[in-house]
Design a protein around this ligand. Sequence first.
Ligand code: ATP
Ligand code: MG
Length: 246
Amino acid sequence: MNTALELKQITKRFGATEILRGVDLTIRQGERHALIGPNGAGKSTLFDLIAGRTQPTSGHIALNGVDVTGAPAHRLGRKGLARSFQTTSVFTGLTVHDNVRCAVLGSRAATWRDRWVRSGVIDQEAQRVIEAIGLAERRDELATSLSYAELRALDLGLALATGASVLLLDEPTAGMNRAEAARALALIRETTQGRTLLIVEHDMEAVFALADRISVLVQGRVIATGTPAEIAANTAVRTAYLGETP
Ligand SMILES: Nc1ncnc2c1ncn2[C@@H]1O[C@H](COP(=O)(O)OP(=O)(O)OP(=O)(O)O)[C@@H](O)[C@H]1O
Ligand SMILES: [Mg+2]
């Protein structure tokens, strides 16, 4: 099976503090992979490195077999990586449709002429994404009028609209009630079909239902990677993270 993301011996230091201490992680193409671990383990720091927001202190990152260590976020975006950023990537003064259209435009149409010629196709693609994220009835509403859960769905839509093959979602259900979170996770399951997903999520029930494989990060180290069943049965994980005494 081909590898979508490969991290080798990644370390990250902030000043004297080593946050990531030699992370090895392999994400296969087309798998849904969850990254779990206690607060402060370094999950978001790792996402920042993968997404090109910050640089590793040492180590290597490959995307679809190509070394991208140190590549900036916009270059990774062109290579098919998208990261969902809570609500910050949504233009609140634009409608749902215009937000999604912008994301499609930004990734598919290279020139202004291209944009004009392909306008119909771009509209169709935007509509397809809006339907997939369940916001068809809110299509012409300003993003400011959306509920929190709808905003997060729109944010997922923006990542999907870029056509990215590898999606990074950091706590996509944070701040939602149980019903909203369940809907959001069902949406993520449906819309990421055929793509590679790396997700950080604290709801263990959701993680075990969604992920093909799970990696556990504790104090800056991956202590286990495996199927949900393997992780649930792993003594080191149960002790270090799931809070059980051996
Ligand atoms: N820019 C920074 N400068 C210094 N320390 C930082 C910086 N960013 C993160 N840290 C520290 O790195 C550690 C890991 O933080 P990180 O946000 O990656 O954890 P996390 O696993 O995502 O936690 P959570 O589950 O709470 O989101 C924390 O101790 C945090 O204080
Ligand atoms: Mg975090």
